[in-house]
Design a protein around this ligand. Structure first.
Ligand SMILES: CCCNc1ncnc2c1ncn2[C@@H]1O[C@H](/C=C/CNC(=O)c2cc(-c3ccc(F)cc3)cc(O)c2O)[C@@H](O)[C@H]1O
Ligand SMILES: [Mg+2]
Length: 214
């Protein structure tokens, strides 16, 4: 029973990153993925776009769908204002266990609530479980065929408000065609594409920023 890639990524963080320093955790993961083992983190190039949009929104309450190893969780949480928090949903217990340790190593665990379970079950419980009224920012980076159903579920549960920003990773590669068609054609969203590259490669990918109009 060897280690998994997420476990090897965590070991690199614990070996090379400075405890309590989110930037060094981010840099260590990017170095690991670029020079040792590719992994499906949003990465450094798309990560800068993520950073700029999170900074612009300055969310009190952010939601992330698909924690994986916690890389984008750290990117988002390190930029939150005092009292801000990021709720991140992950249904794979092994990935959640790695992500908790990555987030703790970065020292931003007080800003993060990692919830284990499938988004379809958890989204309807956000208000009762976590006292969430509405989200200011949502980062979609889980199974690509779940972006659209979960966006609609967030609408139906009244978890979006006028101005909520949805940011979706991988709208080109692997691609999320149904989601893109919806947010680009629905009168309830103002959508814009941020062209970039698939993490750690030269392949085209990008992020879609969609503002809910209420
Ligand atoms: C019930 C399923 C839907 N609800 C869910 N609720 C909670 N967590 C969910 C989840 N779905 C998936 N997850 C988790 O999100 C993560 C899944 C992410 C899927 N991402 C990708 O497939 C992906 C894939 C690529 C990729 C691109 C090119 C390539 F050649 C190979 C891979 C690049 C990316 O940036 C990606 O994000 C996992 O941690 C998984 O356990
Ligand atoms: Mg992704």
């Amino acid at each position: 029973t060897g280690s998994t890639r997420p476990q090897r990524l965590l070991r690199a963080v614990q070996k090379k990153a400075t405890q309590g320093d989110p930037q060094s955790v981010i840099a260590t993961i990017d170095d690991f993925c670029r020079h040792s083992e590719w992994a499906m983190n949003v990465g450094d190039e798309k990560g800068l776009i993520l950073d700029s949009i999170v900074s612009e929104v300055n969310p009190s309450t952010a939601l992330e769908l698909g924690t994986y190893c916690g890389y984008s969780t750290v990117r988002i949480a390190r930029l939150l204002p005092p009292g801000g928090r990021c709720i991140t949903l992950e249904f794979n217990p092994a990935y959640a266990a790695v992500a908790r340790q990555v987030i703790a190593w970065a020292g931003i665990q007080d800003k993060v609530q990692l919830v284990e379970g499938p988004s379809g079950d958890l989204i309807p419980q956000m208000k009762e479980l976590f006292g969430v009224q509405t989200f200011d920012f949502v980062f979609l980076d889980h199974w690509k065929d779940r972006y659209l159903p979960d966006a609609k579920l967030l609408e139906e549960c009244g978890l979006l408000r006028e101005g909520t920003v949805l940011l979706a990773d991988n709208v080109i590669c692997p691609g999320t065609p149904e989601y893109l068609q919806y947010v680009r054609n629905s009168p309830r969203y103002e959508s814009r594409y941020f062209k970039s590259h698939l993490e750690y490669t030269k392949v085209e990918d990008g992020l879609e920023k969609s503002v809910f109009l209420g």
